[in-house]
Design a binder for this molecule. Structure first.
Ligand code: ZN
Length: 415
């Protein structure tokens, strides 16, 4: 294996000497007694062992890549586009394939080849096979042929439950419990400066922002988890947008985004997303940053411009939502309309799409109207706003291919 990977002969010789000639000594009450020779292999904890292990797994990985190219092998449906057949992490190996006897046979053959070359044996006690969406006869056949035990889903991998379903909050409760337990340990230390639990309730000596700021700026350098999370989301979004060369990014891109270009996401969807995340720079935030002095709403001048006011409570917005409800003939809630839409179920695909597109478009146009008013003192009426919403929806719907029975409906919808 080392020769094939073009390691220099001298190096291979050195490695083999290390592997075949370890001596052991016993340590009793602090002093060492005697020496005896090991049979083969390297000691656990030897710095060389993870490196040699990596080389072995690289060999297995290459064997798997070659055999999965074969005609008889069928990729797992969600892994086909990326030709993903396996993932290795530390000494764990995850294999994916379509649940048929031919594909499993190809994998077993690869393991055989690997065993013959490396001397490693598969541990059947520690291996499981998981099925989803396969009839019980096929499952029985595969279990009999492969000799694997059937594992149950969800199972845990690196502390995260792996399931075929979308992960629910409950699935992560163990993880949350662990984090909370860890934080409890910290609570005592944290209480020194900052009240970690409600029962302490004292006025903090130092603001949480100062505690979180870098040591260079007089803080304690504790990570602000909310900002950290936001930064991570931003980083992942950037990776997705720039199609960065990460396995996870490629998978999300192929499976969920169907390789669409992130930059083609319409600006109104982006603004609506910012609105849901409450990240738009409304005046209350600008005031906080000390960037303005007048925080009143541009559209009505009768209240402070907060996120809730601008999008849901301002008389201008209320009127717009009213007109939209009348047009769509639907009752909308007075806040978090996007959240409500996500849970809204309707049998008609067209109706669902129109509702979503309309809400997204209106949020965008309210924000646009506010900016026009602020920067160009140009006031739009709610009727004009709704007209524009209809136009945006028409454009959006027409950009997709709909069955002909919908064509007329879409045309009529926006008149
Ligand atoms: Zn207002």
């Amino acid at each position: 294996m080392l020769t094939a990977l073009k390691f220099p002969p001298q190096m291979i010789k050195l490695i083999l000497v290390c592997v075949s000639s370890p001596w052991f000594t016993l340590s009793l009450n602090g002093s060492c007694f005697g020496y005896f020779q090991g049979q083969k292999g390297i000691r656990q904890g030897d710095h060389m062992s993870p490196l040699l292990f990596t080389i072995c797994m690289e060999y297995l990985s290459r064997v798997l890549t070659v055999v999965t190219e074969k005609m008889e092998f069928n990729y797992h449906p969600l892994c086909r586009a990326m030709k993903l057949s396996h993932l290795c992490f530390a000494d764990d190996l995850l294999m994916f394939c379509r649940g048929d006897i031919w594909s499993i046979r190809v994998i077993l053959k690869a393991f055989d080849t690997f065993s013959n070359a490396s001397g490693f044996e598969m541990n059947y006690d520690k291996s499981n096979i998981h099925f989803n969406g396969i009839c019980s006869t096929e499952v029985d056949n595969i279990l009999r042929m492969s000799g694997f035990k059937e594992g149950q889903l969800p199972f845990k991998y690196l502390g995260i439950p792996i399931s075929y379903k979308r992960r629910a909050i409950g699935d992560c409760s163990r993880l949350v419990e662990k984090v909370v337990a860890k934080l409890r340990g910290w609570g005592a230390k944290k209480n020194y400066l900052w009240s970690a639990s409600e029962q302490f309730g004292k006025t903090p000596a130092v603001s949480w922002e100062s505690v979180c700021s870098d040591k260079r700026y007089g803080g304690l350098g504790i990570v602000n988890s909310r900002q950290w999370n936001l930064a991570m989301i931003g980083k992942f979004t950037w990776w997705l947008a720039s199609k960065s060369d990460h396995l996870w990014i490629k998978w999300v891109d192929h499976v969920y985004m169907k390789s669409t270009n992130w930059f083609n996401v319409p600006i109104h969807s982006f603004i609506a997303w910012m609105c849901v995340k409450q990240r738009l720079l409304t005046k209350d935030r600008l005031l906080n940053f000390g960037m303005i002095i007048d925080g009143r709403c541009e559209l009505c001048s009768s209240a402070d411009e907060t996120h809730a006011h601008l999008f849901y409570q301002c008389p201008f917005s209320v009127r717009c939502w009213c007109l939209l409800q009348k047009w769509l003939d639907i009752q909308l809630p007075g806040q978090d309309i996007i959240g409500w839409c996500v849970n809204w179920r309707c049998r008609s695909l067209l109706k669902t799409q129109v509702l979503f597109a309309a809400v997204v478009a209106l949020l965008y146009i309210i924000w646009q109207s506010r900016n026009l008013c602020r920067l160009e003192h140009w006031v739009r009426t709610p009727t004009e706003v709704i007209k524009e919403v209809k136009l945006l929806i028409q454009q959006r719907l027409q950009s997709r291919r709909w069955p002909s029975k919908f064509q007329l409906l879409i045309h009529g919808l926006c008149l």
